[in-house]
Design a binder for this molecule. Structure first.
Ligand code: PPE
Length: 306
């Protein structure tokens, strides 16, 4: 991976190579960590902006609350830690990874009085699903692994342990020659991908999975709002894989994946087999917003300069 100079670690900026923990760190053994993925973009008219920083900081705290991990910072303190990390590393754009975890102390599933530690790292991360994906779209398969039942893993928490389910599906999809996996919930409805939310478009109507077995994606929320503002009907409604097969268009949303079109699911071409008109429209407007080109969405941007 591409490294940077500093990582924010429990309130201090430390050199990248010195941001280390003990091998008996609780979260390394039991997945008891929560994290965020955030992007900052260089803006067209100068300066930079972190996209929806407040919502990401709040989601980190919410994830902690869900899994019983008390993060000793406020939203504002987390926002400052993130901006300080970007400035210290002179980064006009970045992928940002805050992580709170249960540190070294007692072993055993019960986290007890082990310390809760927090880091913020940032590094350059290009198109998550490949350079061509954003334009041409990707090939995906329905996973043989179901997304966890709503009462098994707490999917609304962006918790490290939840990602075993994602890793299983991702390895299977890649080994079978696909770019990404579509996961179904335990009732058989389309849930989400290993690190993205899912949207389909049919007869001009945009549909996405309701906030049930999925992570409440901040990109998902942005696209729902943007779609409605642009005059589209956007429904949060369950749908099945066969409805997905006959969609005119489909795409993934996520901080890392941004808005990635899907051109094929389970060897069925989706629509015309490339990014459709609605997808392209949303993608174009999304990128204008994150780069500070649309004043109507300025409230989603946390401006900073390096
Ligand atoms: N679902 C899952 C399971 C998920 O991990 C993500 C983000 C989303 C939905 C979309 O959420 P949002 O980024 O708020 O729109 N996945 C992160 C991790 C990717 C990784 O490989 O690491 C991300 O995109 O940052």
């Amino acid at each position: 991976m591409k490294t940077t100079e500093f990582i924010w670690f429990d309130g201090k900026l430390v050199p990248w190579n010195e941001a280390q923990v003990h091998v008996l760190t609780h979260s390394l053994h039991y997945g008891s960590a929560v994290f965020e993925g955030i992007r900052a973009y260089a803006c067209t008219n100068g300066g930079s902006a972190v996209f929806r920083l407040k919502e990401h900081a709040q989601r980190l705290l919410n994830s902690g609350k869900i899994i019983g991990l008390t993060i000793p910072y406020t939203v504002e303190e987390l926002e400052k830690a993130i901006v300080d990390t970007l400035v210290a590393n002179h980064m006009p754009d970045a992928y940002i990874r805050p992580l709170s975890f249960v540190g070294y102390g007692e072993m055993g599933v019960y986290p007890g009085n082990n310390p809760v530690q927090t880091i913020v790292a940032a590094w350059p991360w290009g198109a998550y699903l490949g350079a061509e994906a954003l334009e041409k779209g990707i090939r995906v398969k329905t996973s043989s692994f179901a997304r966890s039942h709503v009462n098994t893993s707490m999917s609304k928490a962006k918790a490290a342990g939840n990602y075993i389910n994602s890793i299983l599906a991702k390895i299977e999809a890649k080994e079978d020659g696909y770019d990404e996996a579509v996961m179904l919930d335990t009732n058989g409805f389309v849930s989400e991908a290993t690190g993205e939310n899912i949207f389909i478009v049919r007869d001009g109507v945009i549909k996405t999975t309701p906030w049930t077995s999925i992570l409440g994606g901040i990109t998902r929320d942005s696209i729902i709002t943007l779609g409605r503002d642009l005059g589209y009907t956007v429904k949060e409604e369950q749908f099945t894989r066969d409805e997905f097969y006959i969609a005119d268009e489909a795409f993934f949303t996520g901080t890392a994946a941004e808005l990635t079109p899907i051109r094929e699911l389970d060897h069925r071409q989706i629509g015309e087999g490339h990014a459709g008109a609605v997808t392209k429209h949303l993608q174009k407007e999304f990128f204008r917003i994150v780069k500070g080109e649309n004043p109507a969405y300025e409230h989603w941007l946390h401006r900073y300069s390096i």
